[in-house]
Design a protein around this ligand. Structure first.
Ligand SMILES: Cc1ncc(COP(=O)(O)O)c(C=O)c1O
Length: 408
């Protein structure tokens, strides 16, 4: 028999079409974002840049955080939250089929800081760290550069099939060349990949893991987008291939729009590696989360699956609509298939405009503020990354604006 609470959960239908005003809420996406685009006049633009959704979190998360807030006492929480370990273990087993132990989980406020702690704990200044551009820019610009390490790039390559569909693949020959360098100590893997929106296959992951093991390279596997997998694709956790020499990073922040709560979970199966990692966090004085973080993570992982299923269908609809509209209305525009993440990775180089003209067309004429492709590396020049995790009406307005900007 289904009790009333359970029934309510099953029947909850989320209204992702609803527009919620975020201006004036101190949201980084909507307020003062003009500063992020120096040299471009983005006044009045629709913000479709940072990976932050315009949807409320699942009801169970809102209820849990509200209940905790109502307690009124916000003293120090425990440093090592068992709640985070248990909820993450259960989520990874249910959603991704990876069986872990709760004690392997280390809570951290965010994944960018978590990459930084790993860089500090396991490499020395001057060491080389591998990334795969075009890729999420803070890896290089913050985690590697600020710590005086050297970024080594294994550029993804674009492969075109018989029907002229393009997709990014890994250049394994170059990958092996780079990981075999004794000065290269760590590989930051982005899985699924931001911004190219690939969901790496088992074979691709297994080959990268095998080469890293062969040359003794630590893998930091950033799987922050691993729950956002479009219909027809499947995420393979790197740890399901090998648990050796691995830090795997998960978070409910993208999945359930909790980035501002600052909550994430690192899975470090090896005891020695985990000890060194936690020690680095102690040195940096960053152990322990804020009081709401474990509660929000637990509520999301314990009760969020129904929300997530509805969200994926909605995002899939937004992505397909935008892709079809842009390709049909802008000669030369090419939108890569979004396998995972919610990003649209759009190549405007075929329009015949220069990258600078492309950015001005989208940002200033179109008044849509998407991430500039060259932020992700020079191979992204002439591209725009759009974030369509917002009501369909906004996506419709944005793509119409972009198409008419290219027409003028
Ligand atoms: C691949 C990737 N890693 C990390 C982050 C940011 O993580 P956090 O906010 O937990 O530092 C993002 C945000 O867009 C991302 O796309």
């Amino acid at each position: 028999m289904i009790d009333t609470d359970e029934k309510e959960q099953i029947d909850m239908k989320y209204d992702f079409d609803k527009y919620i005003e975020r201006r004036g809420t101190d949201s980084c996406k909507w307020n003062d974002f003009e500063k992020v685009f120096p040299g471009y006049d983005v006044s009045g633009a629709i913000p479709m840049w940072v990976a932050d959704m315009d949807f409320p979190a699942p009801k169970e998360v809102v209820d849990a955080v509200t209940a905790r807030a109502a307690e009124g006492i916000y003293g120090y929480p425990v440093l090592y939250s068992k709640m985070v370990g248990d909820a993450t273990k259960s989520w990874l087993s249910r959603r991704h089929g990876w069986e872990i132990e709760s004690k392997w989980v280390v809570a951290a406020s965010g994944i960018v800081p978590a990459v930084t702690y790993a860089v500090q704990a396991f490499t020395e200044p001057g060491d080389k760290i591998l990334i795969q551009p075009p890729v999420y820019y803070p890896f290089k610009d913050k985690c590697i550069k600020y710590n005086n390490r050297i970024a080594v790039e294994n550029q993804l390559i674009v492969v075109e099939d018989g029907s002229r569909r393009r997709r990014y693949e890994i250049d394994f020959e170059d990958f092996e060349k780079k990981v075999s360098d004794p000065e290269l100590k760590m590989f930051i893997l982005c899985s699924p990949h931001n911004p190219v929106a690939r969901v790496w296959t088992y074979e691709e992951l297994a080959r990268m893991v095998e080469l890293c093991e062969k040359y003794d390279v630590l893998i930091f596997s950033d799987e922050i987008h691993s729950d956002l997998i479009m219909r027809g694709w499947k995420h393979v956790p790197t740890g399901a291939i090998s648990e050796k020499n691995l830090i795997a990073a998960y978070a409910p922040s993208k999945t359930f729009n909790l980035a501002g709560i600052r909550t994430s979970a690192l899975v470090i199966p090896d005891d020695e590696l985990r000890k060194r990692y936690v020690h680095q966090m102690e040195i940096d004085e960053v152990t322990g989360l804020n009081v709401f973080a474990p509660i929000a993570l637990k509520a999301a992982y314990d009760h969020g699956e129904d929300y997530l299923e509805q969200l994926i269908d909605y995002l899939d609809g937004n992505i397909k609509f935008a892709k079809e509209y842009l390709e049909a209305n802008i000669p030369g525009a090419y939108v890569y298939t979004t396998e995972g993440t919610y990003f649209l990775w759009i190549d405007f180089n075929g329009t015949g405009l220069t990258p600078e003209e492309i950015y001005k067309t989208v940002l200033e004429k179109g008044k849509v503020a998407g991430d500039l492709g060259n932020w992700f590396g020079i191979s992204g020049d002439g591209f725009i990354r759009l974030n369509p995790a917002c009501p369909r009406s906004i996506v419709e307005e944005a793509v119409k604006r972009i198409a008419s900007a290219f027409e003028k």
